[in-house]
Ligand binder design. Structure first.
Ligand code: DX5
Ligand code: ZN
Length: 224
């Protein structure tokens, strides 16, 4: 799905986070999201250390790779993600998202992903200032602002995070960079317009897509 936001005419993309899907019927959920026109599938990987929750890993990415042609974006909520970049690439991830908080050498991690020929984005938690990405923003494909504390779906968007989206939009535009600016957490029909107005061009949504009372198609449409 590609939508136009006003007044900037940025193309808004939707990434469907499968964390909120029924894992017993994952292929069907992803297929419905694909039919609904989402731009990519967002896979949340949690290790129980970096975040207080455990989710899924490379086997699920490999299985998804067989059932969808959409890009698979893997959000690594794990300590020292550099250890797993190649495994996720081999499993079928098209791009990886790594947190600035979860590692001792961000530049090396970004470079390792680029050497693998895979898309790379950096993520900042709600309490992390935007300056944390200053030294790397010109080297990545995406900057993702967590609009909730990572680890769980279904949380309410933290309003103060939108000021960081505004600041990053300004940094990206001022520097003339091409990187995407994403938001993840608590994105719904109610909050999506605020996130877009703040400058986001990728909306990651789980509950709003897979746990909506309406169809997945209508739920995706409502994010626009
Ligand atoms: C949270 C994950 C999100 C999560 C979003 O740690 O990174 O991608 O699935 O879920 P919702 O859209 O339900 O807030
Ligand atoms: Zn995520």
């Amino acid at each position: 799905m590609t939508k136009q936001s006003q007044p900037t005419q940025r193309k808004i993309k939707v990434a469907a986070s499968i964390l909120a899907a029924d894992f017993g019927h994952l292929a069907a959920a992803v297929d419905r999201a694909e039919q609904a026109g989402v731009d990519r599938i967002h896979v949340d990987v949690m290790d129980g250390h970096f975040v207080p929750n455990i989710s899924i890993g490379t086997p699920v990415v490999a299985s998804l790779r067989k059932v969808t042609s959409l890009p698979l974006e893997t959000h690594l909520m794990i300590d020292e993600p550099i250890r797993y970049l190649e495994l996720f690439q081999q499993a079928g991830s098209d791009s990886l998202l790594v947190h600035v908080e979860g590692q001792s050498n961000l530049h090396r991690t970004v470079q390792a992903a680029k050497d693998l020929g895979i898309g790379i984005g950096v993520v900042i938690n709600p309490a992390t200032p935007v300056d944390a990405v200053d030294a790397i923003i010109d080297q990545v494909d995406q900057v993702l602002v967590m609009t909730v504390d990572p680890g769980f779906g279904g949380q309410a968007l933290i309003p103060s995070t939108l000021a960081k989206v505004i600041a990053l939009r300004d940094k990206i535009d001022t520097a003339g960079l091409q990187c995407e600016l994403s938001v993840d957490g608590g994105i719904s029909p109610a909050t999506a317009p605020e996130a877009i107005a703040a400058g986001a061009d990728v909306l990651v949504a789980g509950s709003a897509i897979f746990r909506s009372e309406s169809s997945i198609a209508d739920a995706v449409d409502a994010l626009g």
